[in-house]
Design a protein. Sequence first.
Length: 119
Amino acid sequence: MSQVWKSVCAVADIPVLGARVIKRATQADVAIFRNTEDQVFAVIDRCPHKGGPLSQGIVFGTRVACPLHNWNIELGTGCAVAPDVGCAQTFQVKLEDGHVFLDMVELNSPDIIAAATDV
């Protein structure tokens, strides 16, 4: 099945070491992150620990620190860095001509919940 990509923003619209939030009507929002290397990542805007808004966290390298309890989440995989456990859903990203595209099937699919145990 071929992918259908949706342009969600320009790379320049994402602050370096920051995020931009893509609103979804019936599912959790998606946070689009950009690091100093201009790598772009898309992760559900919800920490696997207590649901904190990852888009409000501090980006460093390829990780974001959740603003609630400082859990470090790998942006490429969505997984918490040990000793913490749990993963946030990630989305495929395509960059083309300075724009960020997300896969429409992933955007419209139900959220995948892989939360950590209540720690």
